[in-house]
Design a protein. Sequence first.
Lengths: 414, 152
Amino acid sequence: MTATAATVPALDVERLREDFPILSERVRGKPLVYLDNAATSQKPRPVIEAVTRFYSSENANIHRGVHFLSERATLAYDAVRERVARFLNASSAREIVFTRGTTEAINLVAQSWGRSALRAGDEILITGMEHHSNIVPWQLLAAATGAIVRAVPITDAGELDLEAFDRLLTERTKLLAVVHLSNALGTINPVREMVARARERGVVTLVDGAQSAPHLPVDVQAIGCDFYAFSGHKVFGPTGIGALYGRSALLERMPPWQGGGDMIETVTLERTTFAAPPARFEAGTPMIAEVIGLGAALEYVESVGRTALGTWEEELLTYATERVSELAGVRIIGTARGKASVLSFVVEGVHPHDVGAVLDDEGIAIRAGHHCAQPVMQRFGIPATVRASFAFYNTREEIDALVRGLRRVRTLFA
Amino acid sequence: MSSLSELYQNVILEHNRSPRNYRVMEDADRKADGHNPLCGDQLTVWVRMDGEVIGDVSFKGAGCAISKASASLMTGVVKGKTRAEAEALFERFHRLVTGTLPPGESETLGKLAVFSGVSEFPIRVKCASLSWHTLKAALEDAQAVERSGSQS
């Protein structure tokens, strides 16, 4: 992933695994082999403890009380916003809006920016590789505004067709919404280059970072995007929390999308003036404990080292790709030149759900299905795939267990 | 190991490999499409009524071994049955796969008893019952052929 990989100290994976209590669980009588990280990641002790500590001794509402606990909770909450800004290399914490996750972040952009900026006939450019969460909000927006959704096609290798992208990017295009790292194929998309081409034409850009935040170094200023969305639970934090990065100049102009407490300046019975971003987009009591947990997760990831974990994950993916490719009757779906974390495949004559059931019997957790990316499945003419997705706490031995499980699949369904 | 082999009994594996009545029925008078939105599985069931009874029934589609074998075995057992008989059978089959059939009654289901292992895997209940739900939809609506034809 990076040229400096050789100089990065190797991860002590066995020691890091001890930070994750669930990894010593047994499932169906076997040690858990957790290879479903693209669906959600496991949580290290510092995250679990931060959430428990908050509820045990720190719980209070924020931005309201003058009492000790409320002040402390407010400081802790706002400090996580600073940490998220550093994690993404945003220029200011004012550009970070807390959301329920990537899905809500994208819906926020569609409802707030989209409804005020788009007119009938405008085009929203997505790609054939998107998760449903980066398709459906735009279809809803298109239905409401008369805008049109277009999609950049995928090549047989599972890469975006950049020539088609150039053709689809026209003066009608008002938004580019593209996934950074595909959850179904593992493809790393050239978002920097795509965003640059879009911005030359004055097109607003959104990058879906649900899978890239946990696995790739992310620098929103280097990517140059206007919006970047990610979920806490995929980056070793709690569920129900995520964040939207939005360029200040855009956030300032965007109207609220939900009304309530904490997002106002003054309210009379006749009219309300709204707070500046990010508060304008955070109506009501937020997910305070989850924000605290997210802060602990990002701190943990940084202590492990994002370059080191990326290097180890790349090694795991290469090893898994080699071992799984050796198996007769197995076809890998998604063979892009740049990939991370995700290995999607089909076993000839065996439905992915049946593969999943046999692997589950061996204590191996993978995902079998369409991965909320049905257009990708349609593109490859298959109903579903088996997907193994890796995190830095996975080992070569776990990949060996996966391969043994796949041999059993072949025997059972021969 | 034991619950997995209970799930994938040999009869199921065999029907998955060589499903019976796996074909489009040109002279069907009823048809319905079934989808499992959780996994993207889909199948089509065709029925030709012979007076009050099911004269012929067939299916095609993409699904896991459980859903395919279930559809295959279903086409075998419902042929010659009235709509009410087929629905009563589905009722008992559903109780079998959800583990709510009283012990000792699974024998009354004949060949369908091979699906008893499904009750240990709650998420697979939908796989086992997809073809039955689809058959029920087809039987409920004599106009199903025209309607699903225009929908797809």
